[in-house]
Design a protein around this ligand. Structure first.
Ligand code: CAO
Length: 445
C-alpha cells in the first residue's frame, strides 16, 4: 500500500438541510497527534453547535477548512495519517456530529466520575435561572470560545458569555463546571445583595519563571474532576470541625489479638474497620449525620441506608469508594471490603457505581501521620470524619498519669444542618464506642 493510500480523509457528516454551516472553531493543527473520536472542528448552525470528530487516531496531515469559513455535508475536513495498528471507521464514513450530549439540566449519572470526598451530586446544584443582569454576550467572542456543543447550549440557556469563562478542561476547553462556576461567581451572596457581591476575588496570575526555573505539569484527570467539586463544597457549605480523642488502648489490644486469624482468611484488620463500625453505631444514634439537604435546601433527607465512603490515596489522586450497606456487615466483612475497594482504587479499577451513593465519609490519614486536620465534606453529605495517627499519651486517671493509646478524630460538619452541640455529642459517643471495642466485633444481624 502506498503512503497516499494509507491516509484517511475525514468528511463533514450529513447535516440534513443545513448548507454553508459556519466553522466556528478548528480544534487541531497540522502535525498534531489525535485520539480516535478527537473533535476536529466545531460547526454552529442557528439551532445548534456540533463537533466533527476524527474517525481514526493518527497525525493531522492536512486541514481543508478554516475557522470562519463554511462547510456543507460531505466536505473534506482533514487528512489524517493513521497511527500503526489503528483502523479507520468502516469505509472512513463521515462521522456523526457530536450533538448528542445530554441537556445540562438532564441528570448526569450521580457521582459517576466522582473521586473526591467533596462531590456535590448534580441534583444538589440546580442550574441557576438565567439572569437579566448577566453581562451581554460578545457574539464573535462566544463563537471563538473553546467549548463543545452541549457547553455552548448550556451557556446560551443561562445567557453566559463564553468569551468571559476560563476553561479548565483539556487544552483549556470550557466545561459545564466552568460555566457553573462563572455563574456562581455572579450570584449575589445573599438574597437582596447586589449582583456580583458573591464573586470571589481572583488570585492574581504570576509569571513564576521570572523568579527562577520552573516545570509545568498538568493535573491528573482525577484532580481536574475533583478540584471544582472540592471548591464547590468548600465555598457552598459552612464547615465547622469538631476535634476529639478516643482511647483505643483496648481496641488495639483486641485488634492485635484478632489480626493474625483475620490475615489467615486474607483480611487485613486495620483500625479503620473498627472506626467504620463505630461510625455506623454513631450514625444510627444520630440520624441527622446520615442525611442530606434536598435540592431546595429547605428539607433534610434522612437516609434509611448506611453507605460509608472512605478516602483512598491513589497514584492518580484521591478517590472515594463506598462500602454499601455497611450497617449490615460485620467487622471482618467491612475490613475485607476496605481492602478490596482500596486495591481497586489504586489499580484504577473502580467502577462509577462503586463510588456512588455514600451517606457518610471517613478520611483516614492514620497510616501516614498527623495529629488533626480539617476534612472537606463530601457534599451533599453533611459530615465527614477525619482520623489521624494514634499515639501513646499520658492520661490523668485516678490521681496518676497512665499511658493510653489515643486516636485523634476530626469531624467536619455542615453547620446549616448540624449544631455544634450535636457534633460534640456525636464525637463523644464515637470516642466512647471506640473505647469499648467488644461491641464492635459482635455479629451483625
Ligand atoms: N493510627 C496508627 N496506625 C494506623 C492508623 C491510625 N489511626 N490507621 C492505620 N494504621 C496503621 C495500620 O494498622 C497499618 O499498620 P500495619 O501495616 O503495621 O498493620 C498501617 O497504618 C497502614 O494502614 P493502611 O493504610 O494500609 O490501611 P488503613 O485501613 O488504615 O487505610 C486507606 C486504608 C485506603 C484509607 C489508606 O490506605 C489511605 O489511602 N489513606 C489516605 C486517605 C487520604 O488520602 N485521606 C485524605 C483525604 S482529604 O485530602
Amino acid at each position: 500500500m502506498s503512503a497516499a493510500e494509507s491516509l484517511v480523509q475525514v468528511h463533514v457528516p450529513d447535516l440534513g438541510n443545513f448548507k454553508d454551516v459556519a466553522v466556528i472553531d478548528v480544534l487541531v493543527k497540522v502535525g498534531e497527534s489525535i485520539e480516535p473520536e478527537a473533535p476536529l472542528i466545531t460547526l454552529e448552525t442557528e439551532k445548534a453547535t456540533m463537533d466533527v470528530p476524527s474517525t481514526v487516531a493518527g497525525v493531522i496531515e492536512k486541514l481543508h477548512v478554516d475557522k470562519g469559513g463554511t462547510v456543507s455535508s460531505g466536505d473534506l475536513v482533514a487528512t489524517v495519517r493513521p497511527v500503526a495498528g489503528t483502523a479507520a471507521s468502516p469505509e472512513s464514513a463521515p462521522a456523526a456530529p457530536r450533538q448528542s450530549a445530554p441537556a445540562p439540566s438532564a441528570p448526569r449519572p450521580a457521582q459517576a466520575e466522582v473521586p473526591t470526598p467533596s462531590a456535590p451530586a448534580p441534583a444538589a446544584v440546580p442550574a441557576p435561572a438565567p439572569r437579566t443582569d448577566m453581562p451581554p454576550i460578545d457574539e464573535p467572542g462566544f463563537s471563538r470560545a473553546h467549548a463543545g456543543p452541549s457547553v455552548r447550549k448550556f451557556a446560551r440557556e443561562l445567557g453566559v458569555d463564553l468569551s468571559r469563562v476560563k476553561g479548565s478542561g483539556f487544552k483549556d476547553r470550557i466545561t459545564h463546571d466552568d460555566v457553573k462556576t462563572f455563574v456562581k461567581g455572579l450570584l449575589p451572596a445573599s438574597p437582596g445583595a447586589p449582583a456580583g457581591a458573591g464573586a470571589l476575588p481572583a488570585v492574581p496570575a504570576v509569571d513564576f519563571a521570572a523568579f527562577g526555573p520552573i516545570e509545568t505539569r498538568p493535573l491528573s484527570r482525577i484532580q481536574r474532576i475533583a478540584g471544582p467539586r472540592l471548591h464547590a463544597s468548600w465555598v457552598n457549605i459552612p464547615h465547622v470541625t469538631q476535634f476529639d480523642e478516643a482511647d483505643i488502648t483496648d481496641l488495639e489490644a483486641l485488634r492485635v489479638k484478632l489480626k493474625d486469624a483475620a490475615a489467615a482468611q486474607g483480611i487485613k484488620l486495620t483500625p479503620l474497620a473498627f472506626i467504620v463500625r463505630a461510625c455506623i453505631k454513631a450514625l444510627q444514634a444520630f440520624p441527622t449525620f446520615n442525611a442530606s439537604l434536598d435540592a431546595s435546601g429547605a428539607n433534610l433527607v434522612l437516609k434509611k441506608y448506611v453507605h460509608v465512603g472512605f478516602a483512598a490515596d491513589t497514584p492518580n489522586g484521591l478517590m472515594v469508594p463506598v462500602v454499601r450497606e455497611a450497617d449490615r456487615k460485620d467487622i471482618y466483612e467491612i475490613a475485607r471490603q476496605l481492602g478490596e475497594l482500596s486495591e481497586a482504587a489504586r489499580g484504577g479499577k473502580l467502577s462509577g457505581a462503586q463510588m456512588q451513593g455514600g451517606s457518610f465519609t471517613i478520611s483516614s490519614l492514620g497510616g501516614i501521620g498527623g495529629t488533626a486536620f480539617t476534612p472537606i465534606i463530601n457534599a451533599p453529605e453533611v459530615a465527614i470524619l477525619g482520623v489521624s495517627r494514634s499515639a501513646y499519651k499520658p492520661v490523668y486517671r485516678e490521681g496518676t498519669f497512665v499511658p493510653r493509646l489515643m486516636l485523634p478524630l476530626s469531624l467536619s460538619y455542615d453547620h446549616r444542618v448540624i449544631d455544634g452541640a450535636a457534633a460534640a455529642r456525636f464525637t463523644t459517643f464515637l470516642a466512647k464506642t471506640l473505647a469499648d471495642p467488644h461491641s464492635l466485633i459482635e455479629a451483625v444481624p
